[in-house]
Design a protein around this ligand. Sequence first.
Ligand code: MN
Length: 206
Amino acid sequence: MNKFYPFDNPPLPYAYDALEPYIDTKTMKLHHDKHLQAYVDNLNRLLENSRFQNMSLEQLIYNADRLPEEISVPIRNNAGGVYNHWFYFEGMGNSKVKLPIGNLLQAINNEFGGFEKFKDEFSKAAMSVFGSGYAWLVNDDGKLKIITTPNQNNPIAQGLCPILTIDVWEHAYYLKNYNVRKEYIDNWFNVVNWEVAENNYNKCKF
Ligand code: MN
């Protein structure tokens, strides 16, 4: 996708049904074509005739709180909505690699005492989000951390480097799992793209 205005919504890096049976085709289609598209359209509308068109998506997120009051919150919500969805979608796939690899595996083992403990802690964080938001694995100055963000807030605004995220807005799972968020989280672990997570981890500067 474009990193600058005008933002676009290219196709997913896999078929809508690629995450079956864990995440259903209809959810993926609506989530990408309707929900993400709305954030892209809103963000472009906000930036139309604006002097902030030269800011990248990450710069908009990082500086949202410092923008003029009338656009600060809408920019945070919609730039976050674009970034967060792409990060979530790109962090999934139907790869045969089902567990962390490389440097990230080592860091997870060091920080959490093994993958199962990490999984447990990450799942609890994702369960703990009240209402709409995300759970994230981030790099905080060389240290792995699990955090949650409300709404479309993004860890970049706190100076953290995102590695992996799960969208726990109800639209991400309601059609398949109804109100059972835990079932969706368990399913999501089967479609995490650990190669992308490893790349993200290695790109974090620390
Ligand atoms: Mn979503």
